[in-house]
Design a protein around this ligand. Structure first.
Ligand SMILES: Nc1ncnc2c1ncn2[C@@H]1O[C@H](COP(=O)(O)OP(=O)(O)OP(=O)(O)O)[C@@H](O)[C@H]1O
Ligand SMILES: [Mg+2]
Length: 521
């Protein structure tokens, strides 16, 4: 065997796979990358898909006699690895795979990092998300493509979805991409603070990173109030001026009947006649004068919406939320789910419109717990489903990216999921969720499914068009603190500017709960 060789090709070989005899069982493991010289293609990259050991001494009869205490010391062990060919890059940088078989007797070598990176297409720069599992090659995602072609992060609970999302947010912030983060649990407030976890800090050298907080780039908004959510910097409000009947209908729970819609239209026309800038109070006032018996249902729904205090004549503008190099976190802590859906729906509609008109720069919308905001039909309903579906299918045309995060892939609208060109899958075991993932990823084989069931925390299967085949990535540690809903320590700078409506009533209101029938689900 040649120097540094880890094995020799033997038996029947093909151009897409081969077997090789391994000299040292410690030298190779499953999913390692190897290279072999091919007579016409030069060095070709392959990946070990299985390793088997066999022994003539421990044939069935040998093993039976060993159970009687007769030990066999010379085990005559043979180690055989099977490798699947990935290919090589030609002069134009295109991936080619050999057209003729490898030759028995060829030496197999450990592949070098540079070759692995270039053949797989895991990039040289962009969003650095971690290291290729087992060989410490840095994995980058193309930032531009990530934003243009959407991304999903899917895994069962506790497998590292939010952590990985945090890593991507850090990278996007460092690449100046404006971010809008829908954060149902207040987990992303901690982006402001540097990662002070000793254990995680000890892993930073391996990933070549340093701790840092993003305090000057992150602003946290609360749709509730600063009293209820002291971690927030500002309150978030929707515009209450000159709402149309359709705008309002979208914000109300359930559907209004035709008669109720008629009452609403009439009232809005009257309010318009009276004032150039009318508010929800003016509409309610106009409905009160209506003679229709259908008015009471409309009034109580509008009052419930008003009572949430989410509408304001001093609203949060999309311009303010979407700015280069900064992230706006909408921290939904303390807001009932129905109101969360309404906020996300309205916000995303405005975001999409503003981006279509070119009023804001290209941006990325990040939706945690996406199964709540764009649920698959039959599971539940959310006011935000339609607009998220539209952003998933049309956002790329306008430079509006979507990153959806969920522990229940089967429960997310499949149209949204299938539009995500980059998939980051961590451990999933639920058969329905695995099926949903299988449907949204081309070539999701039963081997990959088995791999996904066994992934350790922090390791992800990465699939996207730039990468030749799904790869396992050891997601890097966070530079900033990983969030919990607790208030983080005072590490790193933060600004705590207050704004309008601090004294207004909480958006998480029992009246809204009563009318909208919402308990936390
Ligand atoms: N790449 C990683 N490096 C180090 N630790 C990690 C990594 N990924 C996850 N962890 C650890 O795993 C824990 C769970 O991760 P995370 O909170 O992201 O899970 P999750 O999938 O979002 O769970 P949930 O469904 O409950 O929201 C984290 O608190 C963190 O300590
Ligand atoms: Mg999470």
């Amino acid at each position: 065997m040649a120097r540094n060789s880890i094995g020799v090709v033997f038996g029947e070989t093909g151009s897409l796979e081969f077997k090789f005899a391994v000299a040292d069982s410690q030298a190779v493991k499953r999913s390692d990358y190897v290279k072999v010289w091919h007579e016409s293609d030069g060095w070709v990259l392959a990946q070990i898909v299985s390793i088997t050991k066999s022994s003539d001494a421990y044939s069935l009869n040998g093993a039976i006699s060993a159970t009687d205490g007769a030990k066999i010391y010379d085990t005559d062990e043979k180690i055989v690895a099977k490798a699947n060919v990935i290919g090589s890059r030609d002069r134009q940088g295109l991936l080619r795979s050999p057209k003729t078989p490898f030759s028995p007797g060829d030496n197999v070598y450990e592949a070098d990092k540079e070759m692995i990176g270039s053949v797989l297409g895991i990039g040289h720069d962009g969003a650095y998300i971690g290291l290729l599992e087992g060989c410490d090659v840095a994995v980058y995602l193309d930032v531009d493509k990530l934003v243009r072609t959407h991304c999903s992060i899917l895994a069962r609970t506790g497998s590292g979805k939010s952590y990985t999302t945090g890593v991507i947010i850090e990278e996007l912030l460092e690449h100046d991409v404006p971010l809008l983060i829908i954060d149902p649990h207040g987990e992303y407030v901690s982006l402001k603070y540097l990662n002070s976890d000793r254990k995680q800090q000890s892993l930073m050298a391996r990933f070549g990173i340093n701790p840092r907080g993003y305090g000057s780039q992150v602003t946290v908004y609360t749709p509730a109030s600063l009293t209820l959510n002291p971690d927030a910097d500002k309150v978030f409000r929707l515009d209450e001026i000159n709402l149309s009947a359709m705008d309002l209908a979208q914000m109300l729970p359930g559907d209004l009947t035709n008669t109720q819609m008629g009452v609403l239209y009439q009232a809005i026309n009257k309010a318009k006649d009276k004032k150039e800038l009318y508010t929800i109070d003016d509409i309610i006032g106009a409905i009160a004068n209506s003679k229709s018996g259908a008015k009471w249902g409309v009034i109580s729904a509008l009052e419930a919406l008003r009572e949430t205090a989410i509408l304001s004549s001093n609203p949060t503008t999309i311009d303010e939320l979407i700015q280069k190099g900064s992230a706006s976190v909408i921290d939904m802590k303390g807001v009932v789910p129905e109101l969360q859906g309404i906020i996300v729906a309205r916000l995303c509609m405005d975001l999409f419109e503003e981006r279509k008109r070119g009023k804001i720069p290209p941006a990325m919308l990040i939706v945690e717990e996406a199964h709540r905001f764009c649920p698959e039909r039959g599971y539940s309903k959310a006011a935000s489903t339609d607009i998220l579906r539209t952003i998933a299918s049309e956002g790329r045309k306008f430079g509006l990216g979507l990153l959806v995060v969920s522990q229940r892939p089967a429960r997310i609208d499949k149209n949204v999921l299938s539009q995500c060109n980059t998939q980051i899958i961590m451990k999933v075991t639920n058969p329905n969720d695995l099926r949903a993932i299988g449907k949204s990823i081309e070539g999701f084989s039963s081997e990959l499914e088995e791999e996904v069931k066994r992934l350790p925390p922090g390791v992800a299967l990465l699939v996207n068009n730039d990468i030749e085949r799904p790869v396992l990535v050891d997601i890097r540690v966070r530079k900033s603190q990983h969030g919990s809903s607790e208030s983080p320590g005072i590490i790193g700078a933060t600004h705590r500017g207050s704004t309008c409506d601090t004294e207004k009533k909480s958006a998480n209101d029992t009246f809204f709960r009563k009318v909208f029938g919402g308990e936390n689900r």
